[in-house]
Every structure is written in C-alpha cells, then in structure tokens.
Design a protein around this ligand. Structure first.
Ligand code: GLC
Ligand code: CA
Length: 563
C-alpha cells in the first residue's frame, strides 16, 4: 500500500547537479515533502499580536517565522483565520475565501506565504468541511424560504408530530442536534453549535462550491489542508434514531452510538474526490480523524492510498503514560499500512504538560514525550507552546469562560480556553504576546517557561526540542528507518530501534518515576558487539565498551547511534 501511496502522491523531482561540465540528471525521489516534515499548529488568536488588540494575527505569525525556522519545523498549520462570528473561534466560517479583519487581510496572508517560503516553511490551512457559520451567505439564503436557492445546501426537516424533534441525535457540544427556525417552520441539523449548521454534502452544488474553495487557496500557494471533523460529513438520509448506550456523557445526557450521524461510508468516497483536487496541486490532506480503533484509522488512508495522506492518530492522546500502552498503540499505528501522523496535543485537548505532569518531574516528562513522538516513524504534528512546556491555564470561574462548551458544561466541562492561552515569548507582562490585554490570561509559569529564558538555558525544554528536530534532519534512520520495538515486556521502559539500510538509531525512554537500568541484547538485530554513540540524552547514560545497559533517572531519555 505504501508503494501505491508514494506513487500516487505527486512525486517530487529533485535535480541533482553534478560537477561542472556534466549533464544535470533528474533524480526521482518518490518521497513527498510532508513525509519528513514536522508540522506545527498555530492557533492564530494566541500566537503573536502585532497591533495590541489582545488577539494574535497574521502579521504576528509572520514576525515569528525566524523563530519557527530555528526551531526546525517544516510547515505550519494555521487553525481557521477566515471571516467568522467567532462563536467557535473561527470554526464557524462565514466566508471561506477571505481573512477575518481581526487577523489581517488577504495581502497580509500573501505576505505570510512569501515570507514563510523564504524560511522554508510551508503553510497549511484549516478547512471546516462539515458546517459553515449560520452567518454564511449560503445559510442566510437557505433559511430565508423553503424554495431558496441554497435551501438544500443544509439539512432541513419537519419535526415529528406535535412539537417533536426530527430524531434523537444530539450535538457534540450539548443539547439536541436540531434547531427550530420559525421563518420556515422547520428544523436544521447541527452536529456542533447551533451557529454551525451542517452542510448537505449529498447536494452536488455544495461539493462543487467547497472544492472550489480549496482551489482558491491552492492557487495562492497553500500546501494543503487540515480537514476539520471529517467523520461528521454525512448523515443517514432516513435520519434513523441512534441507539442509547449505558451511562451519561459530560453534559449528563444518555450516551448513544453515533451509527447514523458519524463515520458513514460516504465519507470515504467524498475524501477520494477531495483528494483528486488536492492531487492537481500536489497538496497534502491531513484529517481530524476521530477514530475508535486502528481499522478506522487504516480506512482513512484509502484502499488505494487515495484518501488522506495524513490521517491524525488522535487515540494516542487518550492513553495513560505507560510503556506497555504506548508500545501496543505504536505497534498498531505503525503497522496500519500508511504513514503515521502522531498528535499528542492540540487546541481541543488538555496540554500534555498538565496531563502527564506529576508535579515533580514535569520538565523531564515534557522532554521524554518530545523524544517519544518526534523519533517515531511518521509525521508528527506539534502544538504551539509544546516546545517550551506550556501548561493548561483553565478558567477558575464560570464568568471567565470564553469557550461556549465551558459555559454549557461548567463545572464538569471547563471548555478549551486552558489549552489556548497566549504563546509565552518572554517573562513579564502578558508573556510578550501583546502590548494590550490578552484575550485569555497567561499562567504564572510563563515567568520561567518562555522562549527568551529557555533560549539561554542549555538544559531547557526548548533547546531539547531544537536538538531533536535537528536530529530528525541529520539522522536518516529517524526519517525513514523502520520501527523495531525492543524489550517488549518491560513495564517501565519503552525502547526501540529506527533502522534504515545503513544506520540504526536506538531510543530508550524511562516512562516511570524510578531509576531504571534496562539491559539490551541486540544480537537478534545482527549486532554482535554493538557500540553506542550517544546522540542526545537527558538524565541517562550507557555503559562503556560493548553496549549492554542504559541507566536512566526518572523519565530519562537516551538516544544513540548503534554500530
Ligand atoms: C474540530 C475542531 C474544534 C471545533 C470543532 C467544530 O473538532 O478542532 O476546535 O470546535 O471541530 O468545528
Ligand atoms: Ca455533517
């Protein structure tokens, strides 16, 4: 399957020039750029504010490209920066082909593209495919009358009987998934907030319009899209009720299977069609693929490698910090037949620093997690601030909550503000993010965990990330090498080789709060008397001479080349 994928994937022609006087020979490398890339997610509201209004913007991002290049990232994915009423902070798009004035202009965007290119950084945008804002002109027309041109661009139904809803589907963000609209006396469907009506992808006009949106941005120079909530694209045409399951969700509603409004087979056919358009521009499609098991993840690559190049593995983030759990999961994703896309953090989930931190070894855990997801086979997607050890800063009072789910779900669900706080550039007021009042407060830890301070400290998380990202560029085995799990019954140590034809890199991670001394026998890997040359370590070292053991302090990391 990988072969078909690589072949189908707009191979990149690399021209190698030979010594003077010789012919230039085209050297086909079938590998597309994104395979060896590290992608960095920028939440534009919170990255850098150039005009003091307390909200980040495109000029802010442009001003930080040098930082990103030094860090070693190859592409940025910017979450929605299109015109939007900002009910869901941009995930409610009211115009797909423009920039929200709060973030700048199309000219600012074009400048960002040019500058990014100068810094060898590609730009990926977020495509909100399932729904628009209720303020989008398509929906405004759609709700105006039953015969409006765009009526069938959304999902409208009569209620059942006297005042009943069309069916029992619930919104992921609380309450029913149906909202009554008095103008025409029908309900419309919204998987997310009522301000995010679902598009009707069964209507060919919707498909055409949405495909054209992608072309609009590809032509400007965008390298690809992260597709939002792809599993919600289609609904059962008969709108059959879902089945209730035991227990209740975080909003106190009975759980239900999502058989009829999520993960319908039509999603795959549509992704294939979207991919064809992407292939016209050698663009990459990354998916927000909320999967429940490996089979679902595997399916998103497409049977012929013709759907998503990079379906995100979003299951990793829910696993406990435990060597056996991580080992089993990585084996499954690595074996799923496509190119893995690891995600441990994003704008919807509690930051790993907070999730995994034990209050004693937090910085070491942050380094250990970096050494983990950045040395696996695949394309990692980092979240801004990960590299400096940013923590969650959850609202303390419901009055302070900005994210609507936090308002609806308080106190069980505090919303996602905590993981969306301003990037911490330096110590001092508002962590150098804005000269005004930031839209969300920065946590106290910004006085120690910030770019300026960490740049000066050779032992910081930031320097550790930089070295790791550098290592991914210099060690071929880390780019291409196969993943070989070692010592697979060790309850505390996760260790593996990344092995390419000519090079072997060993990674040993102590996923425990106690000192460990794993023993390695690499004879099965054809090393008779192996020697280890350390490439990077944190609180760990190997024995002298023929390589046998590594000693690791709690959450220590040891990475070495083996010969
Ligand atoms: C995705 C986004 C999330 C948003 C939702 C609705 O899950 O990551 O932030 O709220 O889609 O668009
Ligand atoms: Ca939908």
């Amino acid at each position: 399957m990988l072969k078909t994928m690589a072949a189908a994937l707009g191979a990149i022609l690399v021209f190698t020039s030979f010594a003077l006087g010789q012919r230039k020979a085209p050297n086909m490398t079938a590998e597309p750029w994104w395979k060896y890339a590290v992608i960095y997610e920028v939440y534009p509201r919170s990255f850098a504010d150039s005009n003091g209004d307390g909200i980040g913007d495109l000029r802010g991002i442009t001003s930080k490209l040098e930082y990103l290049q030094d860090l070693g990232v190859d592409a940025i994915w910017i979450t929605p920066c299109f015109p939007s009423p900002q009910v869901d902070f941009g995930y409610d798009v009211s115009d797909y082909e423009n920039i929200d004035p709060m973030y700048g202009t199309l000219a600012d965007f074009d400048r960002l593209l040019i500058e990014a290119k100068n810094h060898n950084i590609r730009v990926i945008l977020d495509f909100v495919v399932n729904h628009t804002s209720d303020q989008h002109k398509w929906f405004v027309d759609s709700k105006s009358s039953k015969t409006a041109e765009h009526r069938d661009w959304y999902i409208w139904r009569d209620g059942k009987g006297d005042g009943g809803l069309p069916n029992n589907w619930t919104s992921l963000f609380g309450g029913s998934a149906w909202k009554f609209d008095p103008t025409t006396g029908q309900y419309y469907y919204h998987f997310f907030y009522p301000e995010q009506p679902d598009l009707n992808w069964r209507n060919p006009a919707v498909e055409t319009a949405m495909f054209d949106v992608t072309r609009f941005w590809y032509k400007r120079g965008v390298a690809g899209f992260r597709l939002d909530a792809v599993d919600t694209l289609f609904e059962d045409p008969q709108l059959r009720d879902n089945t209730f399951l035991p227990g209740t969700d975080k909003f106190g509603r009975p759980n239900m299977d999502e058989k009829y409004n999520r993960r319908l087979p039509e999603v795959h056919t549509e992704l294939q069609r979207l991919r064809k358009v992407a292939d016209e521009y050698q663009a990459v499609l990354i998916g927000e693929t909320a999967t429940q098991d490996i089979n679902q993840l595997e399916a998103y690559y497409g049977e012929h490698g013709n759907e998503l190049q990079l379906p995100m593995d979003l299951e990793l983030k829910d696993l406990p910090l435990s060597a056996p759990f991580l080992r089993d999961h990585i084996a499954a994703v690595d074996g799923a037949g496509g190119w893995p896309t690891y995600v441990i953090s994003n704008h919807d989930i509690v930051r790993p620093y907070t999730r995994y931190g034990d209050g004693v070894h937090n910085d070491d855990i942050a380094k250990m997690m970096a050494a983990f997801y950045l040395t696996l086979r695949g394309t990692p997607i980092m979240y801004y601030g990960e590299e400096i050890g940013m923590e969650n800063n959850d609202p303390k009072r419901v009055e302070d909550v900005k994210d609507p789910i936090g308002k609806i779900g308080w106190p069980n669900e505090k919303g996602r503000d905590g993981e969306r706080t301003p990037m911490q550039w330096k110590a001092g007021p508002n962590a150098g993010f804005t000269s005004g009042v930031p839209w969300l407060p920065v946590p106290a830890s910004s006085s120690t965990h910030n770019v300026e301070a960490e740049q000066k400290d050779a032992t910081s998380i930031l320097i550790f990330y930089r070295k790791l990202l550098q290592l991914r560029k210099t060690e071929l085995a880390l780019r291409d090498g196969e993943y070989v799990a070692l010592n697979t019954s060790d309850p505390n140590i996760l260790s593996y080789l990344r092995r390419s034809k000519d090079e072997t890199v060993l990674v040993v991670l102590n996923i425990s709060a106690s000192k460990q001394r794993p023993h390695f026998d690499l004879t099965q890997q054809k090393f008779k008397s192996p020697r280890a040359t350390a490439l990077m370590q944190n609180r760990a070292s190997a024995n002298e001479g023929v390589f046998q053991t590594v000693t690791l302090e709690p959450y220590g990391v040891y990475i070495a080349e083996i010969k």
